[in-house]
Design a protein around this ligand. Structure first.
Ligand code: FAD
Length: 524
């Protein structure tokens, strides 16, 4: 077999195989008749220090786990070969797909295992990484593709997906393994509710096409499945005609009850095809830390900064309700009236409504500006001790009192964005692995902290205090992008879904090979 290989590849192969054997501790049992061939991918397995270093880190800059090798696949078969090799080894080694590495707690890492650098697939797709169907009804997109590239490719056909994340430099496989939420979720559901079909390579190295009608167990398992059941190599996502521009409005509140009442009123109009509905709704906190803008967003006209700042100083926390309505040539004369109707009677502070009119693409790609600014100040590649939560509507007041007005103001360290906005449970599908609260309306709260390398623990302590407060107050929070270190915590997190989650793991990845960085089944 090996003789058909170039000499250098041959020696690399031998070296890597022996390294893998030593990783998995089976050198004594090594019997090449019992193991599947790895020759076809050895030249794509890298031991290069820079590849290893990059696979040992993520956006969080908190966890570091060093893999033994990094696979830079050029085809789906390469990924399947690697999984097959591990699956058929007497002691399998772990494998993590790494999308864009924008997890914050090592979720895409594989300590002593192999990381699959999904982005290397992009170079080998030969233009097939994003394919738009006739009439622009759906797109087939590679799991390694960034959402920004999906946006740009689909816009060429005048169409676009409907459900987004705030930030577009995330991979399709990465967000579908979690949820993919943003201000569109109240109306269209998260991104995992907007998938027709997927190709998934399971932990048994089977390449399976799945959908609600075909291999549906794997389909629902993988959506929000934290990478536990397979590596997503293709997703078919629905498209709709893309608008040209958006009216983008922010309104400020000093009263949390009025803020949430208005948010809930607005998301009650949520029909997918209801032209009266808003296209996006989010919310955030403004606190007494200087400018009303933060790294993620600069929205308010500078001339209004003094009055906003003084209002924040007076009230300590101001709540910002943010909405968007799309428009195009046909609706440009009516969009203003529509919005006026929708926002009539809301209880924001008089004189505290601000409006922008921007291109649809500028709106969707809004966080990029924040990223570029943070990068220019050396504030991007820093620790990110984030905490993202889902909170039942019935307990959001208690959360405001105990957490925002209690813990956060008391500790006085939160400078980064804090998001607070509701969504509708009915837009999620309970068969999916994603975990959300039981109530029909629930809020997402995101503490998106950036910190220095020396002080991230202060934010982490605050996060822990928030979780402890919720537990003691009986607030039924669920973590989004969850991070736990013990199996008990995972069992608690999944609640009534745990049995199914575990069964699916036994079915699709019985040797516990995939996504060890989540520390669900590999948490020792
Ligand atoms: P990675 O971090 O590389 O991987 C995440 C997990 O998915 C890992 O367990 C990994 O093994 C697994 N995985 C990766 N690719 C695949 C695949 N193809 N098949 C199966 N499993 C796979 N999330 C939101 O929902 N909404 C937001 O608005 C939002 N904004 C964000 C903004 C920023 C600046 C950042 C850093 C993150 C944001 N996130 C948001 C969180 C983000 O969606 C998740 O962290 C997501 O996992 C990142 O995608 P990624 O491609 O970087 O995945």
């Amino acid at each position: 077999m090996a003789v058909s290989f170039p000499i250098s590849s041959y020696f690399t192969a031998i070296f890597i195989i022996s390294r893998l054997m030593s990783i998995i501790g089976i050198s004594k049992h090594w019997n090449n008749k019992l193991l599947p061939p790895l020759d076809n991918i050895t030249d794509k397995l890298s031991l290069d220090p820079s590849a290893i270093e990059s696979a040992s880190q993520d956006f969080g800059h908190i966890v570091k786990s060093i893999p033994k090798a990094v696979l830079q696949p050029s085809s789906i078969a390469d990924i399947a070969s690697l999984i097959n090799f591990s699956y058929n080894s007497s002691i399998p080694f772990t494998i993590a797909a790494k999308g864009h590495g924008h997890s914050v707690r090592g979720q895409a890492m594989a300590n002593d295992g192999v990381v699959v650098d999904m982005t290397s697939m992009k170079k080998h797709r030969n233009g097939t990484g994003i394919w738009v169907s006739n009439y622009g009804v759906y797109a087939d997109v590679g799991g390694e593709q960034l959402w920004i590239d999906v946006l740009n490719a689909t816009l060429k056909h005048g169409v676009a997906p409907v459900s987004w994340t705030d930030y577009l430099y995330l991979t399709v496989g990465g967000t579908l393994s979690n949820g993919g939420i943003s201000g569109q979720s109240f109306r269209y559901g998260p991104q995992i509710s907007n998938v027709y079909e997927m190709d998934v390579i399971t932990g048994k190295a089977e390449i399976v096409t799945c959908s609600p009608n075909k291999n549906s167990e794997l389909f629902y398992a993988a959506l929000g499945g934290l990478g536990q059941f397979g590596i997503i190599t293709r997703a078919r996502v629905p498209l709709e005609p893309a608008p040209k521009r958006v009216k983008w409005i922010r309104m400020l509140y000093n009263d949390f009850t009025a803020f949430t009442r208005d948010q809930e009123l607005l998301i009650s109009i949520n029909g997918r095809h209801d032209s009266h509905a808003l296209d996006y709704l989010e919310g955030s906190l403004l606190m007494d830390h200087g400018s009303p803008d933060n790294w993620r967003s600069s929205f308010f006209p500078p001339k209004h900064h003094p009055k906003i700042t003084s209002s924040i100083t007076n009230h300590r926390i101001i709540y910002c309700l943010e909405v968007v309505k799309h428009y195009d040539d046909q609706t440009q004369n009516t969009v203003g009236k529509e919005l006026e109707q929708l926002l009539k009677g809301l209880s924001y502070m008089p004189g505290f409504m601000f409006e922008k009119d921007v291109l649809y693409t500028e709106f969707l790609n809004r966080v990029l500006r924040g990223e570029l600014k943070a990068r220019s100040q050396g504030l991007w590649d820093v620790p990110h001790p984030w905490l993202n939560l889902f909170i039942p509507k019935s307990q959001i007041e208690a959360f405001n009192d105990g957490v925002f007005k209690g813990i956060v103001l008391e500790r006085n360290i939160t400078t980064g964005p804090v998001l607070v906005y509701p969504m509708n449970r009915k837009k999620w599908d309970d068969r999916m692995s994603a975990v959300i609260p039981d109530e029909e309306i629930f809020y997402t709260v995101g503490f998106l902290h950036s910190s220095g390398f020396d002080d991230w623990e202060a934010f982490d302590d605050q996060n822990k205090e928030i979780l402890k407060f919720c537990e003691e107050a009986g607030i039924g929070v669920k973590q989004y992008l969850p991070h736990f270190t013990s199996k008990d915590e995972w069992v608690h997190h999944f609640g009534s879904k745990w049995e199914t989650f575990q069964q699916r793991k036994f079915q699709f990845d019985p040797k516990m090979i995939l996504s060890p960085g989540q520390r669900i089944f590999n948490n020792n």
